[in-house]
Design a protein around this ligand. Sequence first.
Ligand code: PMP
Length: 428
Amino acid sequence: MSSSQELFERARQHIPGGVNSPVRAFKAVGGTPIFIERSEGPYVYDSEGKRYIDYVLSWGPMLMGHNHPAVREAVIRQSEKGLSFGAPTELEIQLADRICEIMPGMDMVRMVNSGTEATMSAIRLARGYTGRDTIVKFEGCYHGHSDSLLVKAGSGALTLGVPSSPGVPAALADHTMTLTYNDPEGVRKAFAEHGDQIACVIVEPVAGNMNCIPPAPGFLETLREVCSSSGAVLILDEVMTGFRFGLQGAQGFYGIDADLTTLGKVIGGGMPVGAFGGKREIMEQIAPLGPVYQAGTLSGNPIAMAAGLATLDVISADGFYQPLFQRTEDLCRGMEQAARDAGIPFTTNCAGTMFGGFFTEAGNIQNYEQVMACDTERFNRFFHLMLDAGIYLAPASYEAGFLSSTHGETEIETTVEAARSAFAALAG
Ligand code: PMP
């Protein structure tokens, strides 16, 4: 049995920073990342067998908890027939049909292998469809690591302090307009000045890459309105929120009609899957039907499709979401109370099955600037106290937390008690 410390040292020999995705490296919070050996339900186990209640959940996908038997069995069954064909399968039809049935405004859908591919392709499609180049995104939102979107991006890029990465041509970044989240007036102004050049607005309907920021009333509605009146495409990036707010995504939850939607994470049940889809008129522009090119050797991979279908079966059951929403709320209220009792200024945002905690005196955290003003040092200490107590939170104060249906009352109580001790230690 190797310790995470030993594994991290070995990993750094041949893997840049010892990780295959930057935020895993614990650079923001300091210390050594835990190396995971296995997982079950709400728990992950590190390489030395220590158990943690997991609120990262592979950064969102494991909505039904880790290693769900229905998904595992679907994957095993499908893998007996072969791993990849590069040719159409009935499974792809089944998953596309299911997604189009349940997601509002989804007439057609194309499978890809990651959220990054989904957003990158949706943007190319929006540009091809409108014949315009400018895209609008919001400060602190993250939509994957493609060039056009790595402009003032959130998540790992934000944590590492490289909001605009070297390697992104200035000419490309010129076509990306970055506005303030939850600021409808700023959006109206940008559209009044540049509306006829804007191909699309891409937005996280609930931002989960600058901690957890729900949309203020009227914000998403304004985006819908300005896109409709200027002929721009509204892309709701539901890679994170898709299936975390009910079957119809955040767009169903908030009643917003998207032109294009991007999906990922939950849709693959833990396998590498992304998808983009939406209005037929726009989707018909994609090759081979239309001229906008997009392709993928492993896209629609049969194992991934089987995992996605099994996931949708489980989460479609009556009563799947309500207890999950309730426990997310219980966790937030419990942590807030524990912080109050210890005299630590702390607030939470709770949205669907996502949550965020903020070390701040301010009440209502609505945008990136407010997130940046929170006490990061205090979060980092809190993170390590929780980790020591067997609670695995996202290793950066800019990331949302996630619940699964396997996080029961016991796990919530254990987490709140650990938070109580951690807040007391911070106060002492
Ligand atoms: N969009 C959003 C909203 C995301 O949260 C992420 C990843 N966290 C992505 C896109 C990119 O997805 P992937 O990491 O699968 O490329």
